[in-house]
Design a protein around this ligand. Structure first.
Ligand code: NAD
Length: 244
């Protein structure tokens, strides 16, 4: 099945984890796909990588323009680039708050700002933001990260309202703990990474982590014309974690 035949997509943070799985899935389903990433060196055909830092407006504008030129237009923006932060409000100083908010929230605004003029020309325009269960779950030791994802959730609702009459849908996915290089790096910092992974898996209702491909599947649904009447929603991909 080729749900994305003729559609053109840009995935931020598409060189790793959820973004990589999403870029590969959209391409496998028929889309032409560009990746925007801090380090796109591992991105291979049929994808094309464009180097940019979402915390730098000029680099985002340049990369989006170059990607859109290569794609021949733009139908789908997957706003996925993001970084983590641990601790309570006493653990991160102002500089760290500004740095993480700048990547996780303003980074999505920058990419959307650069993409919107192109999306307005599409017949099937969609933006999907990668949010998190952290937006609403009240997770311990994640004050800063949760605040950024809460902002992404609100941003998604506001953008959906602003752009619905232009034919541009805006939704978000809320992954639970997804098995990506990011989580691998976190586990590697533990004294016993294997035991830490087992404990993390045991805390999941399904007994396992969410896979990056499962998050990609939800993003693909929200990006595809199959969800053409859906805007301003968040789709949980958390193995039943949220609300328990
Ligand atoms: P990852 O670290 O595997 O991949 C993130 C990608 O984003 C990397 O390729 C990285 O180079 C890129 N990136 C980071 N900062 C960037 C910047 N300033 N400019 C451009 N690119 C940048 O992480 P992942 O787990 O795939 O996470 C992707 C998204 O999913 C993030 O927004 C994250 O908050 C969200 N998320 C992840 C999980 C999880 O458990 N893995 C859960 C919920 C939400």
């Amino acid at each position: 099945m080729s749900d994305f035949e003729g559609l053109r997509a840009l995935v931020t943070g598409g060189a790793s984890g959820i973004g990589r799985s999403t870029a590969e899935l959209l391409a496998a389903r028929g889309a032409r796909v560009a990746v925007l990433d801090l380090d796109p060196s591992s991105v291979a055909e049929p994808l094309l990588g464009f180097k940019a830092d979402v915390s730098d407006d000029a680099s985002v504008r340049e990369a989006v323009a170059a990607a859109v030129a290569w794609l021949g237009g733009l139908d789908i923006l997957v706003n996925n680039a993001g970084i983590g932060a641990q601790g309570t409000v006493e653990d991160n100083d102002d500089a760290e708050w500004h740095r993480v908010l700048d990547v996780n929230v303003v980074g999505m605004v920058r990419a959307a700002r650069a993409a919107l003029p192109h999306l307005r020309r599409s017949e099937h325009a969609a933006i999907v933001n990668t949010c998190s269960i952290a937006a609403t779950a009240g997770l311990p030791q994640r004050a800063l990260y949760s605040a950024t994802k809460g902002a992404v959730h609100s941003l998604t609702l506001a953008m959906a309202a602003d752009h619905v009459r232009e034919g541009i849908r805006v939704n978000c996915v809320n992954p639970g703990t997804a098995d990506t290089p990011w989580i691998g790096r976190l586990l590697d910092r533990a004294p016993d990474p294997a035991a830490e992974r087992a404990a993390l898996e045991a805390r999941q209702p399904t007994g396992r982590l969410v896979s990056a491909d499962e998050v990609a599947g939800a993003i693909a649904y929200l990006a595809s014309p199959l969800s053409g009447a859906t805007t301003g929603t968040s789709l949980a991909v958390d193995g039943g974690m949220h609300g328990l």
